[in-house]
Design a protein. Structure first.
Length: 186
């Protein structure tokens, strides 16, 4: 059995390797909390964390969001960044970015499974937030995909893209109408 090891750079990281029933598993601890348990050859789940801090009332207050990776580190968000055009981010923009990124990676995996490698895949996600029964609701996400994949015809590209849309974890968690347009460039 080949041993694959994932490296994380955290000062408080501890890895414990277990052998049970002839299988090897890794338990990854960060600050004493279990973050993932997986077979070294097939990961079964992951946990990612993000946090938000808010100060003040809804319209005049402001907050920050941060991610475990520190790509977002106390990034500003507020009422004006969400419902107007203020500087900073907002939850819907982050969901759209997550959906675009997840779908594009899923498509790359589905293409690879079919024996194709993309030169480039580009996805723009447009999220619709609207009032439904008096509550703000994400009602739709439209994915606009452009790709360059040598040796792949448009019909097969469409088929694989539809499979990726259905299989993408972010698509699966959203309870919204998710549509997709596809364009294969030569």
């Amino acid at each position: 059995m080949r041993l694959f090891r994932i490296r994380f750079i955290f000062a408080s990281l501890r890895e414990i390797f277990l052998r049970a029933g002839g299988k090897q598993f890794v338990v990854v601890h960060v600050s004493g909390r279990v973050h993932s348990t997986s077979s070294l050859t097939h990961q079964t789940y992951m946990k990612r964390t993000a946090s938000a801090v808010w100060h003040g009332d809804l319209k005049k207050g402001q907050g920050t969001v941060s991610t475990q990776s520190n790509v977002l580190n106390k990034t500003q968000y507020s009422f004006s960044t969400r419902f107007e055009n203020g500087i900073g981010t907002n939850p819907e923009e982050l969901i759209a970015a997550a959906h675009a990124g997840c779908f594009t990676m899923a498509l790359s995996a589905f293409l690879g499974g079919a024996g194709f490698t993309a030169e480039e895949l580009s996805t723009e996600a447009t999220l619709t937030l609207e009032q439904v029964d008096g509550n703000w609701t994400i009602t739709a996400v439209h994915l606009d995909l452009t790709g360059r994949v040598p040796g792949l015809d448009a019909a097969k590209f469409d088929e694989i893209a539809d499979q990726a849309k259905a299989g993408c974890p972010v698509s699966r968690v959203l309870k919204a109408d998710i549509t997709l347009t596809k364009k294969l460039e030569s």
